[in-house]
Design a protein around this ligand. Structure first.
Ligand code: TRP
Length: 338
């Protein structure tokens, strides 16, 4: 019954790779929004472990990180009753649909994917066919759930575009089967930048941990990272993303977490020097993350509870996914028994 109610809402599908560490940028740019949107949207949040193994992973670390990411989503306030949060590998329909989509994806299309080119250069010793066909698996993640919207950062636009092409191609060649998803652009899209190189986005997979605040960083580490964040010389506090990107980034973080207009933050700190601003901002982040970290620790210490959520969510996901997959099998011409 409840399923019906949630499914009448527009569906958002988002996948997150269990690599690196979830960072403040993920929180502000995405997770915080999902919490706000859960009244009006049905969110499908997939920890994409199948995607993760397109590059070499340490198995024990992968397992731990995948669970940790799911727990962090829940700790952030994403309600597993209103949304579904699950492991991609727990829903075999993803791999199955990916195969069928692969048979409808041209090599020329995959050759053009910039992420494949980037990752092939980065992992020269392991250019595997999973890395190559990664975009059709991502398309399966999205199309199985008849997603209305997919939030995409700049780096994933090309993959979403291909997803739309594949949906349209299939719909056209067979008959209407998939909803063609639209990109979701967040209304309040604050972009959090790297602390050491504020012209780059804050990335959870950055090699240098000083570039990001991990959501699970200890308070002392958070304070230290903010203290070390680059600003420019001078003491006047102004917002100038182009010429003073480091300072602008700190003001943005302050404004988002403190729920204050940037102008008010400026008024409060002008003339006080960056030291005071940084100290207060560090404390603001620590206070902001404290309840999150507490909830996370609770979840990770109650593994049975976390496991039961993931099992139930996977079952719900399988149910929805199978509806689409059965339809696809029928259209493609596979024998089906009643
Ligand atoms: N490729 C995405 C990334 O690297 C992750 C992803 C996998 C995804 N499946 C998805 C994102 C489905 C949105 C929808 O960030």
């Amino acid at each position: 019954m409840e399923q019906k109610a949630t499914e009448s809402k527009p569906v958002i599908v988002s996948g997150i790779q269990p690599s690196g560490q979830l960072a403040l940028g993920n929180y502000v740019g995405a997770m915080k929004n999902w919490v706000k949107l859960q009244a009006d949207y049905f969110g499908i949040y997939i920890v994409v472990d199948l995607h993760a193994i397109t590059v070499r992973q340490n198995p024990a670390e992968l397992r731990q990180r995948a669970l940790s990411f799911a727990a962090q989503y829940i700790a952030a306030g994403i309600d597993p009753e209103k949304n579904i949060i699950f492991m991609q590998s727990h829903v075999p329909q993803h791999s199955e649909l990916a195969w069928i989509l692969n048979c409808n994806t041209y090599m020329g299309e995959l050759n053009r994917m910039t992420q494949f080119k980037d990752k092939s250069t980065k992992h020269e010793d392991n250019i595997n066919s999973g890395l190559y066909t990664y975009p059709s698996l991502m398309a399966a993640d999205i199309l199985l759930y008849q997603a209305d919207l997919v939030p995409v950062g700049h780096d994933q636009k090309q993959h979403l575009e291909l997803t739309r092409t594949l949906a349209q191609r299939f719909n056209h060649y067979y008959s209407p089967t998939f909803k063609v998803p639209e990109p979701y652009i967040a209304a309040s899209g604050a972009r959090i930048m790297s602390l050491q190189d504020p012209t780059k986005k804050m990335s959870k997979s950055d090699d240098n941990p000083n570039n990001y605040i991990a959501l699970l960083d200890e308070p002392s580490v958070i304070l230290k990272k903010i203290k070390r964040a680059v600003t420019d010389s001078g003491t006047s506090v102004t917002y100038d993303a182009k010429n003073r990107p480091g300072l602008a980034n700190l003001l943005t973080i302050y404004s988002v977490l403190g729920e204050m207009a940037i102008d008010d933050v400026i008024t409060q700190y002008d003339g006080k020097g960056f030291g005071v601003l940084k100290e207060d901002l560090g404390n603001l982040i620590v206070n902001y993350l404290t309840p999150f970290q507490r909830k996370y620790k609770e979840l990770m210490s109650e593994k049975n509870y976390l496991e039961s959520i993931l099992k139930e969510s996977a079952a719900k996901a399988q149910h929805i996914a199978q509806r689409t997959l059965s339809k696809v099998h029928r259209k493609v011409g596979f024998v089906q028994f009643k």
